[in-house]
Design a protein around this ligand. Sequence first.
Ligand code: GDP
Ligand code: MN
Length: 375
Amino acid sequence: MDLFEHQARELFQEHGVLVPRAEVVDSPRAARAAAERLGGRVVVKAQVKTGGRGKAGGVKLAADPAATELTARQLLGMDIKGHTVHRVMVAEPVAVEHEFYVGYVLDRAAGRFMAIVSAEGGMDIEDVAARRPEAVARIAVDPAEGVTEAKAAEIAAAGGLPPETAATIHRLWTVLVAEDALLVEVNPLVLTSDGAIVALDGKVTLDDNARFRQPARGDADDDVARDPLEARAAAAGLNYVKLDGHVGVIGNGAGLVMSTLDVVAGCGARPADFLDIGGGASAQVMADGLSVVLGDPDVRSVLVNVFGGITACDAVADGIVRALDTVTLTKPLVVRLDGNSAARGRAILAELAHPLVHQADTMDGAAARAAELAA
Ligand code: GDP
Ligand code: MN
């Protein structure tokens, strides 16, 4: 998972890396208030998970709180390389004397982390790396040894960075290890006019496989940038993707759901989502799935396509019946049950006799019916 700059900044701060004073806001008014607290003159920075914000016009200096409000109004809602700006960071400006580049990245082929440093950091680092690769130093880091203070000094020297950057280079390694990060990048790391070493930007990628040992991490999720239905589905542990059509699709197993999307498209309708309830289609899972799909205003009909295997169809049918205790069905539901215990499952739904619940014997028939109901 990639972090926003402001989240990376917090991790830096926790591990003793100096960062400018800053606040994150989501409205022009709040930006103005933040500028007032930060002393008037500020840098306003779009918070999007992509680089090159400076060149795209996403980093702007504002002379006073009124200008900050205007700048925030421009940046909020702006698109930077396909990422919508939902929040901006309002930061105290830093008097930059020199910009360095410092990064740690996992080199999978080498089985090592790689420290990458350059004395020519800043917005043109890609250019520098392409034109004069010798200006960018790469130093392998043995994961078992890590970056000691001595190693940090060696890394700084290799990149031609002044010795006073070594302490920060060391702390950034601590960030990587403590937070289970795959990437920690600071560009620029700056030397300020009063001699301090400050991380002016930050990019951190956390290792999702280490989530289990980072319980505090939950709130790092990118829930604003995400579709709200996707966020709700993720919270319920469902595999859901919002699409742009009108037939809600629920199935068990990613392969079956994908082929169901194709069959719906083959019937001339467009799927509204992809929702895989997985192997254990309990009443709770069914209720969660249905409420997510029915919560989508684009959905006009819902197609439940289940091929009973380990999950028996009668359990799925039971799940639907019990889900309807808590979820009010507002749109027609077409259910196709086949495979393990299909006959029992169908009987359960027939007995339910809900006016909005329709059954179909085949996947094609079910898709055609759902498409017709969505038309
Ligand atoms: P990026 O373009 O997405 O990497 O965004 P950065 O956060 O790195 O900002 C782009 C550039 O803006 C930096 O390389 C700096 O040169 C400049 N910048 C950002 N904040 C400040 C600041 O407080 N003072 C000064 N002088 N320059 C800044
Ligand atoms: Mn940067």
